[in-house]
Design a protein around this ligand. Sequence first.
Ligand code: ADP
Length: 195
Amino acid sequence: MNIILFGPPGAGKGTQATQLATNHNLLHISTGDILRAAIKEGTPLGIEAKHYVESGGLVPDSVIIGLVREVLQANIGPDRGFLLDGFPRTVEQARALDTLFRDIDIKDVRIVILIAPEEELVGRMLKRGVELGRKDDTEETIRHRLEVYTAQTSPVRAYYEETRQVSEVDGLGRVEEVAARIDKALRQSPPALHW
Ligand code: ADP
C-alpha cells in the first residue's frame, strides 16, 4: 500500500503521517521536512527554497517535482510502500506524480485528505510557532499559507476526484482519535489503480 496524505497547513498531517508510516512500514516522505533540513544545512536546495518556505509561498514546481522523483526512484521497491506528506500541493505536481507512478509502475495508492476548520488550523499553527520557532508559523505568514492552500492546493482534490476516490478525514479531536479515523478510511477505501 502507498498513501498520499494532504490537506491544509495545520491539519495535523505531519503528526499523523509519522505514526501511519511506522504502523504500516511505509517510507515517510515529507517535502516540508526535507526542505527545512536543507535550509538548516545550507545545501543548494535549501538556499533556493529558503525564501519561499519562510514567506509561506510554494517552492517552484520544477524544483519540488525533481526532488520527489529522486527520492521515490531511489527508495521504492516492490516490498516498501511510501507515504507522501505535503506533496502534491499543486495540480501540476499531481500531474507529474501520475507520470512518475506510470514510469515506476506504482499502482496501489490511497488518497486521504485531512481537514479541520480554519480557526483550528490558525490556532494550532500559532501554538507550533511558539513551541518550535518555525518562521512560517507567524500570524501573517499563516494567513498567506491558507490563501495559497485555497488557491493552489485545494484544486488538487478536485483533480483527483475526477477519476479517483479521495477519503476525507476529520482532523479535529485527539491524535489517537484522528489516527483511528484514518485507519478506518484506509480499510474502507479502494485504492486508486489508474495513473
Ligand atoms: P504545513 O503542512 O504546515 O504547511 P509543510 O511542512 O508541509 O507544512 O510545508 C512547509 C512549507 O514547505 C510550505 O509552506 C512550502 O513553502 C514548502 N513546501 C512543502 N511541500 C511543498 C510542495 N510540495 N511544493 C511546494 N512547496 C512545498
